[in-house]
Design a protein around this ligand. Structure first.
Ligand code: PLP
Length: 291
C-alpha cells in the first residue's frame, strides 16, 4: 500500500550554482510552458531510493547525473547544491518505510541560458510481488547496433535523459504481449538493459551484466549488487551477453532503484527458474546499504 505522506518539492534557484533552493507546494508548477525539458524532453534525471532516511548510492547517482549532463552538453550540475537539496527533501518528508527522490534537470526556457532543476520526493509503491514472485519479460530489439555509443554519440545512449517516451512505449508493448517488462537487445543480438533497469545474470559462480560500452546506463543498483556478491564470495564481470546466456543463466534479474532486484520468471512466454532464496538475500543486502 502506498503511504499517504505528502510529497516534497524543492526548486533549485540555479542548478549549476550553489544558490540554494525554494520549497514549493507539490501541486504547484515549477517549469515554464516553454521549458525545453517539457517541449523537447531536453534534460536529465535520476531516481534515488530513500530507506530509513538514507538516500541509497547517492554518490553513484550524482556521478551519473554529471555524466548525463556532460553527454547533453548541459551546464555541470552543482554537486553540493543538489546534495543539499536531497537532504533537505528528506528532512521535510514524513518518515515512511520506502520512498524515492527524483532529481530533474532541464535545459530551461529556450534562449534563457538558465537551466531548471527540481527535486521531488514521495513514498514508493509496494514492489513486494515483483521482488518475490518475479516478472515476465520480452526481448525487444532497440534498433541500434552494439557500437551505437561509439559511432553515434548524439543518440545519447547511456545518458539518463528526460526523453523516456520510447521506454514507456516498450513497456506498453510488453503488456500487449502479456508480459511485465522488457529487455532491449541490439541489432547484432546482444542483451542491453530494461527500459528502467539493468540486466544481471548469475552464471555459475559469477554475477554478470552487459558492458556499458554497449550504450547502456551504468546501473547504481547493479553496482551495489556486485559489491554484495563479492562479499559473498562470487566473481563479477561486465560482458557482452546474448539471449542464449539468459537462457542458460542459473538466475536472472532486472535491477533498479526503487523496485530493487526483480527476478525474471519468464522470457518471451517461456517460464524460467526463480532463485527465491538468492533474490531475497540480494534484496536484503540492498535494503541494508548505509549509503
Ligand atoms: N537502465 C535504464 C535505462 C534506467 O532508466 C535505469 C533506472 O531507471 C537503470 C538502467 C537502472 O539504474 P539504477 O539501478 O541506478 O536505478
Amino acid at each position: 500500500m502506498v503511504s499517504m505522506a505528502t510529497p516534497v518539492l524543492l526548486l533549485l534557484r540555479d542548478p549549476s550554482r550553489s544558490t540554494g533552493y525554494d520549497a514549493v507546494e507539490p501541486g504547484e508548477p515549477v517549469a515554464n510552458a516553454l521549458d525545453l525539458g517539457i517541449t523537447r524532453g531536453d534534460g536529465i534525471f535520476e531516481t534515488i531510493t530513500v530507506l530509513a532516511g538514507i538516500p541509497q548510492a547517492l554518490d553513484a547517482h550524482l556521478a551519473r547525473f554529471d555524466r548525463s549532463a556532460a553527454l547533453l552538453d548541459l551546464p555541470r550540475p552543482h554537486r553540493a547544491a543538489w546534495r543539499e537539496a536531497v537532504f533537505a527533501a528528506i528532512d521535510s518528508h514524513d518518515e515512511v518505510a520506502e520512498s524515492f527522490i527524483k532529481l530533474l534537470y532541464s535545459r530551461g526556457i529556450e534562449g534563457s541560458a538558465l537551466p531548471t532543476g527540481w527535486v521531488w520526493m514521495q513514498p514508493s509503491a509496494d514492489f513486494t510481488a515483483e521482488r518475490v514472485e518475479g516478472i515476465a519479460v520480452v526481448l525487444l530489439d532497440r534498433g541500434y547496433h552494439s557500437t551505437v555509443a561509439q559511432t553515434s554519440p548524439w543518440l545519447l545512449q547511456g545518458a539518463k535523459t528526460l526523453s523516456y517516451a520510447i521506454n514507456r512505449a516498450a513497456v506498453r508493448e510488453a503488456h500487449r504481449r502479456g508480459a511485465d517488462d522488457v529487455i532491449f537487445t541490439s541489432t547484432d543480438g546482444y542483451l542491453l538493459e530494461g527500459p528502467t533497469s539493468t540486466v544481471v545474470l548469475k552464471l555459475d559462480d559469477r554475477f554478470v551484466t552487459p558492458a556499458t560500452e554497449l550504450g547502456i546506463l551504468p546501473g547504481t543498483t547493479q553496482e551495489s549488487i556486485f559489491e554484495i556478491a563479492v562479499l559473498n564470495g562470487y566473481h563479477t564481470a561486465y560482458e557482452r551477453l546474448t539471449p542464449a546466456d539468459l537462457e542458460r543463466a542459473d538466475a536472472a534479474w532486472l535491477v533498479s532503484s526503487v523496485r530493487n532486484a526483480a527476478p525474471i520468471r519468464a522470457v518471451d512466454g517461456v517460464p524460467r527458474f526463480v532463485d527465491a532464496e538468492l533474490t531475497e538475500s540480494i534484496n536484503a543486502g540492498l535494503a541494508s546499504r548505509t549509503n
